[in-house]
Design a protein around this ligand. Structure first.
Ligand SMILES: *Cc1c(COP(=O)(O)O)cnc(C)c1O
Length: 412
C-alpha cells in the first residue's frame, strides 16, 4: 500500500522502488540497451546549480533566505498574483488555504473527485467533511452541473459548504468562470488546486489565480520541480502573511519562544528555492515541450478507433503535463490495463488516470454528486484512462518506441 501511494505521488521514485536505481539513470532490460522510459521525470535546466551554489557560498542553508524571497516574488510575477508563500509541499499549501478560510470540524468542503488524494486529505486534517464532485466530459475537471446540484442540496439542508477545492487536472484548468459564478452565488470561496497546472491559462489569466487561493506543487513528477515543495498564491497579502507565520511554527513577536496558535513546519528551504528559481526560468520551454509530446502522440494514435485524447478546453491553454487518453475496449479491442502491461514489459512506465476519491476506501462514504443522476463521468475516465510518458526531456526516438508498442498492441 505504501509503495502504491509512492508510485502515484512520484513516478521517478516509483521507478527507483521498482528497479532499485536512481530516477532518471540508465536502467536497461537485459539485451535491449534501452533506458527505462518514465512517466514524468525531473528535467533540470542550466541555472539551478548557480542558485544552489549561492545558497552554500553565503551559508543560507535554512528555511528562509534570499532564494526563498526571490522565488516567491518571481513566481508571483509569473502568475500575476499579488503574493506567494513558498512551502514544503503543495499539500501544505492546500492545508493552509483551508485554515485561512476558517474550515474546521464539522464543516463541509466541496472537492473534485477525480484527483490525487492530496487534494482531499487537507479537508480531513481540518476535521471537515469532503463532498465530492464529478467531472465533465468536455474538460475532465469539475462538472458545473454536479456542482450546482451539490450547492442547491446543501442550501436546502441549511449546511452550505465552507469552501471548495477545485482541481485543474493533467495541466488543464477547470472551467473556472461558470464554476466561480455558481460558488460566488452561494458565497463559497475557492481554493484552486493548481498542482498540475502551473503554466496553463484560463480566460486570459494564469491557472491557479482565479480562486481566492491557488496552490502549485514542485514535487519530482510535476512540470517543474524542487524535488519537493509547493507555493500558495493569493491577492490577499494579509492572509499570505498569516500563512507564512503558521508555516514557521507560529512564533509570536517576542525575544523568547512564545506561541499562541498551533503552527507547522511547512516552509521551503533556501536551497530548494534555488532549484525552483532555475526551474521557473525554463517553465515556458517545458510547457512547449510537453505540448509537442502530446501532439506527436495524437498524430500517431488519434485516428485509431476507440482512442480519445483528453480534450483541450477552448477557454485556456493546457500544459499537457501528462498526455492522457481513454481506451474504449469495445472499439479498440484492448483494455487500458493490457496496454499498461504491454508497455511495462518493454520497460516503459504508464499509469491509469487517478482513481476517483468517491471510489477510494478512505473517502468512499463521503457524499458524491455525479455529472448527471446515474451518470458518473469520472468512473468511466478511471476505467478507460491512460497516462503516457510525457516528460519534457522525452526524446523523439523514445517516444517513437512507445508509439510503436501501442500501435502493435492496438493492431493498427
Ligand atoms: C501533486 C499533487 C498534489 C500534491 O502536491 P505535493 O507537492 O506532492 O504535496 C496535490 N494535488 C494534485 C492534483 C497533485 O497532482
Amino acid at each position: 500500500m505504501a509503495v502504491q501511494l509512492q508510485t502515484h505521488a512520484s513516478p521517478a521514485r516509483a521507478a527507483q522502488l521498482q528497479t532499485g536505481t536512481a530516477p532518471g539513470t540508465a536502467d536497461s532490460l537485459p539485451g535491449t540497451g534501452r533506458s527505462r522510459i518514465l512517466l514524468s521525470p525531473p528535467h533540470i535546466g542550466e541555472e539551478e546549480q548557480k542558485f544552489v551554489r549561492e545558497a552554500f557560498e553565503t551559508n543560507w542553508i535554512a528555511p528562509l533566505g534570499p532564494n526563498v524571497d526571490a522565488f516567491e516574488a518571481e513566481l508571483a510575477a509569473y502568475t500575476g498574483s499579488k503574493g506567494a508563500v513558498a512551502l514544503s509541499s503543495g499539500t501544505a499549501g492546500i492545508h493552509e488555504a483551508l485554515r485561512l478560510l476558517g474550515v474546521g470540524p464539522g464543516d463541509r468542503v466541496l472537492c473534485s473527485s477525480l484527483t490525487f488524494v492530496a487534494s482531499v486529505n487537507p479537508i480531513a486534517y481540518q476535521g471537515a467533511e469532503p463532498v465530492l464532485i464529478d467531472s465533465d466530459e468536455a474538460t475532465w475537471n469539475m462538472s458545473p452541473a454536479a456542482l450546482e446540484r451539490a450547492l442547491a442540496e446543501s442550501k436546502r439542508e441549511g449546511r452550505l459548504p465552507k469552501a471548495a477545492v477545485v482541481v485543474n487536472l493533467y495541466g488543464q484548468s477547470a472551467d473556472m468562470l461558470p464554476l466561480l459564478e455558481l460558488l460566488d452565488a452561494y458565497g463559497v470561496p475557492v481554493v484552486e488546486d493548481a498542482a498540475e497546472s502551473l503554466g496553463a491559462t484560463c480566460s486570459g489569466k494564469s491557472s491557479g489565480t482565479l480562486g481566492r487561493f491557488g496552490v502549485y506543487s514542485f514535487n519530482g513528477n510535476k512540470i517543474i520541480t524542487t524535488s519537493g515543495g509547493g507555493m500558495l498564491v493569493s491577492d490577499d497579502m494579509e492572509a499570505l502573511e498569516k500563512a507564512r507565520f503558521w508555516a514557521t511554527q507560529a512564533r509570536d513577536q517576542a525575544p523568547h519562544y512564545q506561541h499562541s496558535e498551533v503552527g507547522y513546519n511547512y516552509r521551503m528551504s533556501n536551497i530548494l528555492a534555488g532549484v525552483g528559481r532555475g526551474q521557473l526560468r525554463v517553465l515556458d520551454e517545458r510547457v512547449n515541450a510537453r505540448r509537442a509530446v502530446f501532439d506527436r502522440y495524437r498524430e500517431a494514435l488519434g485516428g485509431i478507433e476507440g482512442i480519445a485524447f483528453m480534450p483541450e478546453a477552448p477557454y485556456g491553454r493546457s500544459t499537457r503535463w501528462l498526455t492522457a487518453l481513454t481506451v474504449d475496449p469495445a472499439a479498440a479491442g484492448v483494455t487500458t490495463e493490457e496496454l499498461i502491461a504491454r508497455l511495462a514489459a518493454e520497460n516503459v512506465e504508464s499509469r491509469p488516470v487517478w482513481k476517483p476519491m468517491h471510489l477510494q476506501p478512505l473517502y468512499g462514504k463521503c457524499a458524491y454528486y455525479p455529472h448527471e443522476e446515474g451518470v458518473s463521468v469520472s468512473d468511466r475516465l478511471f476505467e478507460q484512462g491512460l497516462c503516457l510518458p510525457s516528460g519534457s526531456s522525452l526524446s523523439e526516438s523514445d517516444q517513437d518506441f512507445v508509439i510503436g508498442i501501442l500501435l502493435h498492441a492496438l493492431n493498427a
